[in-house]
Design a protein around this ligand. Structure first.
Ligand SMILES: Cc1cc2nc3c(=O)[nH]c(=O)nc-3n(C[C@H](O)[C@H](O)[C@H](O)COP(=O)(O)OP(=O)(O)OC[C@H]3O[C@@H](n4cnc5c(N)ncnc54)[C@H](O)[C@@H]3O)c2cc1C
Length: 429
């Protein structure tokens, strides 16, 4: 159910610069840091390690960006998934909590900074991310997020009812904007980052799934179908599609399937009323609404299915319905032609994970749907750590043992089938 049809072109891939796929691994190689997984976390880890001066190899099971990193909505957001800065400090303690909050506050800026550093054209737009509130309860929560980040020193502003409604083109009670945030074509970003890594001397192998690993003299040997890599330090950045490479690892996260869809390019007459100024937006519904324009002025949104039969047809219809209701300017339902899906990893407490699986083996990631910006910051820190330039105490997250999700098979089913309930709850508010 969670595998992606990664060879089928989707909007982001169709509108990104093409890239020549790297070779697959043949034979036995050695390196200082081996990164498994070619999403944003893996690529940022490879960059962090390489910038620290060590030799790096990256193995990707399919194609760079074939999973969540290349298929997501493209919202680049400096804010937690469902928590405020004080709530993170309550969980992690003052020192680590503050360090983590600082990383999150800067994460979007770091992501846009990478595009600048490497001259990456990811169709990036840094016009802020707005989180509007549709009920009094969510308005209070939005106010709390705004006030706490403002006190923390983040560049955020409050938007009153008229302002937020005019900017979005849809009625809301108020909201807040994070100015360093925005949106990208995420697949174009994966293409750009892969090129940058190759230029920096990282050896990338695609269509090279890591199948198993063993402890050997001087580190770990990781095997693919046609070769192996031996390294003292191994970073597993395999996210939702984690296989059996490490016993029990896939039971620490819940794969969560989401679809995306986009309108045809919208004319200026509609764009002057919908998402004025080209911000990124996601609201606070349980079944949240989110949207931004792509480079050709398509409005890109998405949703979830409880059952995945007839998924494309039903997904297009759902998004047409959602956008028609959200934006009166359409005067009905817009035409939706683009449809694709992806899978990300979620955990019950919505907190990212950093596991030391054994001496020399770490797993990092799991952003519960908020990983575009964060993965690029956390990944680089993981790479520096693997290269020996960070101690556990300097990391922005506690380094822990594996933490399996309780009742994992049931949790996977429940998480992927609560959409109808979420929509019902939304309809009652
Ligand atoms: C539809 C959708 C919409 C989303 N929208 C947003 C958004 O707008 N904003 C936001 O912040 N976040 C969003 N997210 C979440 C975000 O995309 C992810 O949090 C982030 O991309 C995770 O990056 P990653 O590198 O950890 O994982 P991935 O991108 O999943 O990368 C993991 C990689 O590891 C590879 N792999 C797995 N096992 C092996 C193995 N054994 N050997 C070799 N390779 C392996 C996989 O093929 C994959 O390429 C969305 C996700 C989806 C699916």
């Amino acid at each position: 159910m969670f595998d992606v049809d990664w060879k089928t072109p989707h909007l982001w891939r169709k509108t990104a610069r093409p890239r020549t796929t790297a070779p697959s691994l043949e034979g036995d190689l050695k390196t200082d840091v081996l990164v498994v997984g070619g999403g944003f976390t893996g690529m940022a880890s490879a960059l962090g390690a390489r910038d620290s001066g060590v030799d790096v190899i990256m193995l990707e099971g399919n194609e760079i960006g074939s999973s969540a990193s290349g298929r997501n909505n493209g919202l680049v957001i400096s804010h937690h998934s469902k928590a405020s800065p004080s709530e993170f400090e309550a969980t992690y303690g003052k020192q680590v909590g503050e360090r983590y909050n600082r990383m999150v506050a800067q994460a979007a800026g770091v992501a846009f900074g990478l595009m600048q550093r490497f001259g990456i054209n990811a169709h990036q737009v840094q016009e802020g991310w707005i989180q509007p509130a549709h009920t009094e309860k969510t308005l209070a929560r939005a106010r709390q997020f705004h006030d706490e980040w403002k006190a923390f020193g983040a560049d955020v502003s409050w938007l009153d009812r008229d302002e937020v409604t005019a900017r979005i083109g849809s009625p809301y009670l108020g909201g807040w904007i994070v100015h360093n945030s925005g949106h990208i074509n995420p697949f174009a970003m994966t293409v750009g980052l892969a090129g940058a890594l190759e230029n920096e001397g990282v050896r990338i192998f695609e269509n090279s799934r890591a199948l198993r690993m063993e402890k050997v003299q001087g580190g770990w040997r990781v095997h693919t179908a046609s070769g192996s890599v031996t390294a003292p330090q191994v970073v597993l950045a395999t996210n939702a599609l984690t296989n059996d490479i490490w016993p029990g690892l896939k039971r620490t996260l819940i794969p969560f399937k989401v679809f995306q869809a986009a309108t045809d390019p919208l004319p200026e007459q509609l764009r002057s009323q919908i998402l004025v100024g080209n911000p990124a937006v996601s609201d606070m519904r349980n079944d949240l609404r989110y949207f931004h324009y792509d480079v050709d002025n398509r409005l890109v949104s998405g949703g979830t299915h409880t059952f995945w039969n007839n998924e494309a047809e039903r997904g297009r219809a759902k998004v047409a319905d959602l956008l028609g209701k959200a934006f009166k300017a359409f005067g009905g339902k817009p035409v939706i032609n683009e449809y694709w899906h992806g899978t990300f990893a979620v955990v019950p407490d919505f907190r990212p994970r950093l596991f030391r699986l054994a001496p020399g083996v770490v797993f990092g990631g799991v952003y519960s749907g908020r990983g575009v910006a964060l993965s690029m910051s956390l990944g680089q820190e993981i790479g520096r750590w693997a290269a020996g330039c960070r101690t556990d105490d300097q990391m922005p997250l506690p380094v822990t043992d594996m933490r399996p999700v309780p009742f994992h098979p049931i949790a996977v089913q429940v998480a992927n089938r609560t959409h109808a309930w979420n929509r019902y709850k939304d309809s009652k508010t």
